[in-house]
Design a protein around this ligand. Structure first.
Ligand code: HEC
Ligand code: HEC
Length: 213
């Protein structure tokens, strides 16, 4: 743009409007930035079940805020390939493009998971024992070994501290039954199978209350 054009475009009148419209069109054709895209998808699609910031308020639906980026990418790809089965997530990922996966993972992992609360306070003591020490008698490993203190997770080991107890217990049952079998190393299937129903409830209650403070 030479000086004369620039001066013209700053004057009121049709010239200015054309410049503005051209700028909007150019932006539309270039497409929104990836980060904007992920935020839009989160606010229009994921919001229905996980809330826009990933802090689902429905106990059956996992909180996905603050989960490890690598872990989210793996789960979305596993839902896409059918390796992780879910009648609810399958149609959701079917509508996503492959290039949406990484920005969505970046967006949700950068949100902060809100602390939860144990509802069954009596179960918390047993849950704490399982989480920190496992159960030597039945060969249950300590959860803290992989999921880290406070359950904050690390890379492929998901954050579980603060997660809904209902969701955690359901996933442990799914691993035990082999209905969830996308844990590459089988650690979770082996671990969950060794937990009693009482231990599953207890450790889920303890986990839900982690991160609270
Ligand atoms: C209609 C409800 C619904 C919608 C909409 C939805 N989800 Fe989910 N999502 C679920 C349920 C239910 C599960 C748990 C599936 C299972 O049982 O294993 C889940 C699981 C997940 C998980 C795995 C969480 C974990 O802790 O392992 C991720 C990641 C995820 N969803 C991301 C998304 C994203 C991103 C969107 C938007 C593009 C989305 N979901 C939209 C219901 C939904
Ligand atoms: C040897 C490492 C290891 C140990 C020990 C371990 N986990 Fe895991 N856990 C994993 C990995 C890896 C995953 C993710 C699997 C995948 O990729 O889907 C996982 C996933 C989970 C999930 C699903 C999280 C989600 O958001 O869907 C829950 C719940 C869980 N673990 C609970 C436990 C509990 C409770 C214990 C202790 C009794 C435990 N884990 C011990 C490695 C471990």
């Amino acid at each position: 743009m030479n000086k004369v054009d620039r001066d013209r475009s700053h004057k009121a009148g049709p010239g200015r409007a054309v410049v503005v419209i051209a700028a909007v069109l150019a932006a539309m054709l270039a497409g929104p930035a990836a980060a904007e895209d992920a935020k839009t998808i989160a606010a229009t699609v994921c919001v229905a079940c996980h809330a826009g910031d990933g802090n689902s308020v429905i106990p059956m639906f996992p909180k996905i805020a603050g989960l490890q980026e690598e872990y989210i990418v793996k789960q979305l790809k596993d839902f896409m390939s059918g390796r992780r089965k879910s009648d609810i997530m399958a149609p959701v990922v079917a509508a996503l493009k492959a290039e949406d996966v990484a920005p969505l993972a970046t967006y949700f992992s950068s949100q902060k998971m809100k602390a939860g609360e144990a509802e069954d306070k009596k179960a918390v003591a047993l849950g704490k024992l399982i989480f920190h020490d496992g159960n030597e008698e039945t060969g249950v490993p300590a959860c803290v070994g992989c999921h880290q203190p406070e359950g904050v997770g690390h890379v492929i080991y998901p954050r579980i501290g603060g997660q809904h107890a209902t969701y955690v217990a359901q996933q442990l049952k799914n691993f035990a039954a082999g209905e969830r079998n996308n844990d590459v190393s089988r650690y979770m299937r082996v671990t969950a199978k060794r937990l009693s129903e009482e231990e599953i409830n207890a450790v889920a209650q303890y986990i839900a209350g982690l991160g609270a403070k």
